[in-house]
Design a protein around this ligand. Structure first.
Ligand SMILES: CC(=O)N[C@H]1[C@@H](OP(=O)(O)OP(=O)(O)OC[C@H]2O[C@@H](n3ccc(=O)[nH]c3=O)[C@H](O)[C@@H]2O)O[C@H](CO)[C@@H](O)[C@@H]1O
Length: 343
């Protein structure tokens, strides 16, 4: 491999999961990787002290979107100074390949890759609507990979092997899992508590990921209802939780969505309505249009519609999900990057 590889980006679990897939594949192929993320957000929790990495750097960067004009100027100045830092870092470590997985953590490392002569930028866009940073930087990229883009050379999403290994066709619902995305979702937590008594009467067990902030409240509510559910704030063992479930209720963050597909787990999606460009809704809509999931907007959420889905033919959906995603995406993406870098 010519020069050092940098993987940059993060902020939330969705971006970090893709960063992790790249790091794992480079590591397995014996190629050194440096990670550049932010000291704000979840990046440190994922990659600080990660033995697969040659180095992990966490810059004090923050998002620009949803800020006052003054806040935006400050964030932009900060990104500018961190870009200069990355440029000198790239020179020191002879960085020739940068992979951006997006999110505010990616800005400085990505801009530096564009400014550095002889450095190639690759982008992985997770969502159906391109994020602001990728919209700007993709024009300078050697290749952009996205599961939702017809022009992408690889259309499958990099999903961890465990989700495929534990896939099975569902028939009868014995367990339902509620997933709120990496940060949890109060709306899904409230809805789960609302339907939990009926699910329990139906003999259906509950697995529930609440997110950190709402964990104690939700746990206490289940106790009040006298329902013994598997409630947790965040788990490193999501493959096992999914494998146990026969049906899921979930936000439509891209990583979770494709993991559910890989696992053949029929899902009722409730997208996060404030996601940029409404991308969670459009992520799930791609599956919904093929009859591969249930989809309901948060503002229209109702118990009748949910139970209609629970009582429908999930077996058919589960079977059809089997062919919805292949397991070799990250390997194909790396082959393309390595081939390109020989040029
Ligand atoms: C609020 C927001 O802006 N969310 C965005 C964020 O979602 P979010 O960070 O929620 O990301 P995803 O749902 O895509 O992925 C979450 C990842 O964290 C893992 N996980 C989750 C819970 C847990 O307890 N343990 C665990 O390991 C999941 O298995 C998954 O791999 O990034 C996604 C990918 O760009 C976007 O599609 C989402 O719109």
């Amino acid at each position: 491999m010519n020069g050092t590889v940098v993987v940059t980006g993060g902020g939330t679990g969705g971006h970090l999961k893709v960063a992790d897939a790249f790091i794992e594949e480079f590591h397995n192929r014996g190629i050194n990787v440096i990670f550049i993320g932010s000291s704000n957000g979840q990046d440190k929790a994922w990659f600080e002290n990660d033995r697969r990495l040659k180095k992990a750097i966490f810059l004090d960067t923050r998002g620009v979107v949803n800020k006052s004009s003054f806040g935006k100027v400050l964030s932009l100045l900060n990104i500018f100074s961190k870009t200069l830092y990355c440029l000198s870092f790239y020179a020191k470590y002879n960085v020739k390949t940068v992979i951006s997985v997006g999110g505010f953590s990616a800005a400085a490392g990505t801009f530096a890759s564009i400014l550095k002569f002889g450095c190639k930028l690759y982008i992985h866009e997770q969502n159906s609507k391109m994020g602001k940073l990728n919209e700007i930087t993709s024009k300078f990229a050697t290749e952009v990979f996205s599961s939702f883009d017809e022009n992408s050379l690889v259309k499958d999403y990099p999903v961890a092997k465990e989700f495929f290994d534990t896939a099975r066709v569902r028939d009868k619902i014995k367990t339902i899992a509620f997933f709120g995305g990496s940060q949890g979702a109060v709306c899904i937590n409230d809805f789960a508590l609302k339907v939990a008594p009926t699910l329990t009467e139906m003999g259906i067990k509950i697995i529930h990921q609440t997110g950190k902030n709402d964990f104690e409240r939700v746990k206490a509510e289940y106790k009040k209802l006298d329902i013994s559910a598997d409630v947790f704030d965040f788990s490193k063992d999501i493959p096992n939780k999914m494998a146990t479930a026969d049906f899921a209720v979930s936000r439509a963050g891209a990583s979770t969505l494709w993991e559910l597909c890989a696992n053949s787990l029929p899902t009722y999606f409730i997208p996060f309505k404030y996601a940029a460009g409404d991308h969670q809704y459009y992520n799930a809509k791609v599956l919904f249009d093929k009859g591969l999931c249930f989809l309901q907007r948060e503002e229209n959420l109702n118990v009748e519609d949910f139970f209609k889905a629970v009582n429908s033919d999930i077996h058919k959906i589960s079977i059809e999900l089997i062919g919805s995603i292949n397991s070799n995406a990250i390997s194909l993406i790396l082959n393309i990057i390595l081939e390109n870098n020989k040029k």
